[in-house]
Design a protein around this ligand. Structure first.
Ligand SMILES: CC(=O)N[C@H]1[C@@H](OP(=O)(O)OP(=O)(O)OC[C@H]2O[C@@H](n3ccc(=O)[nH]c3=O)[C@H](O)[C@@H]2O)O[C@H](CO)[C@@H](O)[C@@H]1O
Ligand SMILES: C=C(OP(=O)(O)O)C(=O)O
Length: 428
């Protein structure tokens, strides 16, 4: 099935929009739920996105019962019987979060067979911190035909994971989550150094603690996990998605509108708030509602992506689109991924003036009028960013390969349309 978005520009966004549950919280929680050997896990505020649908299919493929109640945004998982250690390529290679199933398979079945890992193509996306951690805990990791056309598979095997001293060379988001989950049912106390501080990592630790895991130090660079005998199925509400919120803030800002975001938390946006304020976006948090507006002309900005609370790399593409409408020269330095600028060529096709130097530095010269064009979403956030560009472009912007948008933003076209935009989603 191919998905295309069509955006007709020129409408100011006004009104109220609901922020979805966080993709990057929900996915590790689905992996963690497979560690409960009895009972039913209930995850509320689950985002209804393609990555979650794939995660549900993957949970079913390894033998769990997983029912996604879309209208209730609730996922119920019964992992009392797991039957297969195989993460099949046709599902696992379609999203990054598939790799978050590995600790549960190691604990429950003593092995995991990884036929593929997907996710946005952003340059190198190594997994050495994860594999090295599993090895330090006693696992063997064997590659089988990984150079072949079908990619082969990786086999991780262990009797029982043993506690160890582990580390991430840089504070990897899913790396931290996987090592914490590996420690949760291991024999002894595991120390993990240089951990990620992202709010979703903390949400997942909170979930694991409810399940009975003994974890200390979440939110610091050092996490200590003392393995327990078993984890219990519990109920948890997934935190709001700060990237979904950031994208919608920028959608409002690019059109010069005024929008209330229900469920968005300013603090979760980290440095992005300060950068957007410098550009001329006004924020006011009233309880669980974040009010956003932009009246004055947008000012240019310098952005360096960084781990939380730095400027999130997942908001780098949207701010590139926004910067095309700022008056002056903006500078973007992408530090986290080594190839996350494929958006630039698409924005240039729409009339933007952007210079990319090497793979990680870009200058955006604004303000340039944008015109509708045929564009391609190269990954999730570049797809969302093209929708933002389309909101201020003259005429119609077509975004193909838009399955990527559906991977991470639920009902994106409908939510923008409810704010007054003209965005259509088509499938063929
Ligand atoms: C499902 C999920 O949560 N995805 C998020 C997660 O991805 P993900 O967890 O894959 O991102 P990481 O934080 O692990 O990766 C960041 C950088 O570290 C490098 N690295 C990572 C692990 C490793 O073992 N070796 C290594 O070299 C990667 O190549 C990359 O350059 O964090 C990213 C960075 O905030 C976000 O963009 C993604 O939305
Ligand atoms: C890079 C992203 O996701 P993933 O890690 O799931 O590919 C993203 O959410 O922008």
């Amino acid at each position: 099935m191919s998905v295309t978005y069509r955006v007709k520009g020129g409408k100011q966004l006004q009104g109220t929009v609901f922020i979805q549950g966080a993709k990057n919280s929900a996915l590790p929680m689905i992996g963690a739920a497979l560690m409960a050997s009895k009972g039913r896990t209930v995850l509320r505020n689950i985002p209804i996105i393609e990555d979650v649908r794939r995660a549900v299919e993957l949970a079913q493929a390894v033998g769990a019962k997983a029912d996604l109640h879309e209208a209730e945004r609730t996922l119920v998982i019964d992992a009392s019987e797991l039957s297969s250690p195989v993460l099949p390529a046709e599902i696992a290679a379609r999203f990054r979060g598939s790799f978050l199933f590995v600790p549960a398979l190691l604990h429950r079945l003593g092995e995991a067979v990884i036929e593929g890992v997907g996710g946005c193509n952003l340059g190198s996306r190594n997994l050495d911190f994860h594999y090295n951690g599993f090895k330090r805990m006693g696992a063997t990791v064997t590659e089988h035909d990984t150079d072949s056309a079908d990619g082969g598979y990786i086999h991780v095997k262990v009797g029982q994971l043993q506690a160890g001293t582990l580390y991430c060379d840089t504070p990897s988001h899913t790396g931290t989550e996987n090592l914490v989950m590996a420690g949760a049912l291991a024999n002894g106390t595991t120390l993990i150094k240089n951990c990620a501080l992202e709010p979703e990592v903390l949400d997942n630790i909170d979930f694991l603690q409810r399940m009975g895991a003994q974890i200390e130090g979440g939110g610091t660079g050092f996490i200590r996990v003392t393995g327990v005998e078993e984890l219990t199925a519990v109920e948890h509400t997934v935190m709001p998605d700060r990237i979904d919120a950031g994208v919608l803030v920028m959608a409002c800002a690019v059109t010069g509108g005024e929008v209330s975001l229900v469920g968005a938390e300013l603090e979760h946006l980290g440095v992005a708030v300060d950068k957007l304020e410098q550009m001329g976006v006004e924020f006011s948090q009233q309880g669980a509602v974040l009010q956003v507006r932009r009246e004055r002309p947008l000012r240019p900005i310098n952005v360096i992506t960084d781990e939380y609370p730095g400027f999130a790399t997942d908001l780098q593409s949207p701010i590139m689109a926004l910067a095309t409408q700022a008056v002056g020269e903006s500078y973007i330095y992408e530090r986290i991924f080594d190839s996350r600028f494929q958006l630039a060529e698409e924005l240039i096709r729409m009339g933007a003036s952007i210079e990319v130097a090497g793979n990680q530095r870009a200058k955006v010269y604004g303000q340039t009028p944008l015109r509708g064009a045929q564009t391609v979403a190269h990954d999730l956030r570049s797809g969302a960013a093209l929708v933002l560009a389309g909101l201020v472009a003259e005429g119609e912007t077509e975004i193909s390969q838009a399955y990527y948008i559906d991977r991470g933003h639920s009902n994106f076209a409908e939510r923008l349309t409810a704010l007054g935009a003209d965005v259509q989603r088509e499938t063929a």
